[in-house]
Design a protein around this ligand. Sequence first.
Ligand SMILES: Cc1cc2nc3c(=O)[nH]c(=O)nc-3n(C[C@H](O)[C@H](O)[C@H](O)COP(=O)(O)O)c2cc1C
Length: 210
Amino acid sequence: MTTKVLVVFYSTYGHVHTLAERVAEGASQLGDVDVRLRRVAEFDSVRRQLESSDQYRAAQDKQKDIPEVTHDDLRWADGMAFGTPTRYGNMTAQLKAFIDTTSGLWLNGELEDKAAGVFTSTATIHGGQESTILTSLVPLLHLGMVFVGTPYGQNQQILVTDGIGGSPYGPGTLAGPDNAREPVESELATARNLGSRIARVAERLKALRE
Ligand SMILES: Cc1cc2nc3c(=O)[nH]c(=O)nc-3n(C[C@H](O)[C@H](O)[C@H](O)COP(=O)(O)O)c2cc1C
C-alpha cells in the first residue's frame, strides 16, 4: 500500500520553503510514496508589516500556488515533516496557530503512531538550530507522533562541517543576518534524508495503526 507523506511549512523569506522541497523530493525518491507539499497560512498582520520588503514579496510569490494545509492533510498522512524558521528558539506563531487547531484530532487520537520530523532555518548558527526542533517536538509528542531525526549514519556532514545548519534532531539552514544566504548542498542533502527516513519509518508504523 502507498505510504503518504505530508510536508508542511511556514516560510517568511523562502529558506524553509527551499528545504521543504528537498524533504518532499527525498520522500518521493522511495517507491510507492505519495507526497503532499502544503503551506501554513500567513497572518494578515505580518503580511501588512512586511509588504514593503522585496525579499518577502518574492518569497511569498514563489509559494502562492501551494495549497494551505488542512486537518484532512494531517489525517491523510502516514508521516509528516514540519518546517519552520526559528522565532527566538521556537517555532513560528503561524505554525503554532495551526497546530493549536488540532484538538479534535488529538481527542480522537487520530495522529497517534504517525512519523514526524522537523526542519528549520535560523539567522545564525547559535540562533536556535537545535532548540527550535526540540521545542517543536513537544506538541507533536502530545499528539502521539513518533519523532524522526537525522542521525549520524546518513548525515555525517552536519556534524563535521563548521558553519552549516542541521543537527541530529533535523535539517536546518542558516539564512544569515540579512536573510541573504542560500542553503548549501549538504544542508539540502540532510533535508532529502529526512524525507526519505520519514517515508521509511511511516511505512513501518502503518502496521501499528491497523
Ligand atoms: C521575530 C523573529 C525572531 C527571530 N529569532 C531568531 C533567533 O532567535 N535566532 C536566529 O538565528 N534567527 C532568528 N530570526 C531570524 C529567522 O530565523 C530567519 O529570518 C529565518 O531563518 C529565515 O527563514 P525563512 O526564509 O524560511 O523565513 C528571527 C526572526 C524574527 C522575525
